[in-house]
Design a protein around this ligand. Sequence first.
Ligand code: F6P
Length: 323
Amino acid sequence: MKKIGVFTSGGDAPGMNAAIRAVVRTCFYNNIEPYGIYEGYKGLIAGEIYLLTSKDVGNVIQRGGTFLKSARCKEFHTKKGRQQAYDNIKKHELDGIVAIGGDGTFTGANIFNREFNIPFVGLPGTIDNDLFGTDYTIGYDTALNTVIEAVDKIRDTANSHNRLFLVEVMGRDAGFIALRSGIAVGAEAILIPETQTYINELVAKLESGTKNHKNSMIVIVAEGDDAGGAYEIAEQVKQKCPNYDARVTVLGHIQRGGSPSALDRVLASRLGNAAVDALLANKTNLMIGVVNNQISYTPFSKAIKHHQKLNTDLLDLAEILSY
Ligand code: F6P
């Protein structure tokens, strides 16, 4: 293996730069030329592929975002787009590709792998943590810390005014961010897409909080919850309990930014290194993750089915501790 391409794709996540750095430095260690592909699949199709130097990845481990930039690419959904991507890989004589991204990135990689014989491995880079085959994805821990910092501040003002706050967090159609951040901030309720939300049950829980003389109440709402977003749920709660002084905060893209946490930097460094090793060992069409602190390999087709991963013990814990 002489040349390896690396790209970031889909929603950016803190720690992506650390992962690129680890891929590049491991390439140099093995006398392989690392090529940066800009803007994910978009750059692969457009031929935005450039040789990286060790200096290019200096002073990036601590930076959020991705210096290779990222995109969501519709063209890669077409056979014509994928053919163009293949032609560019051949043109630049890339012997293997490391894709850093999430569900959409690996869905694309899986299709590409069936059509073309190019060694392709993936690293889980998404704040959503919605990939099977890794305990944590790169960016998840930092996003959790961002949410916690924000909600702690909301708690201060909620307590001062005896208010109910519904805080909407990201996660697409998964509740990992909501569940863990909810436990960490001591939320009174956590609403996630993996479980059915009943407004009557939520209201009963809030009423019992009021009876227990709680000064403030925080409900964490995952953006993909079946009962709707935080604004819709607040409306439904207000209809049943007009006396609640309810407020809504949607945290939004702030959750995607910021300097990666120590956990994310180390995870990204381990995975970036393992990606090059995997390509050298002729592994392909799989995502590399960390399970029980060991590097693990999961076919793309299995990695993108995240739902088996939610820890139901945490759901029970959240329920017990919210009383
Ligand atoms: O996948 C990461 C994520 O931030 C999701 O949590 C969210 O639903 C989505 O991306 C937002 O995407 P965009 O930045 O394209 O609006």
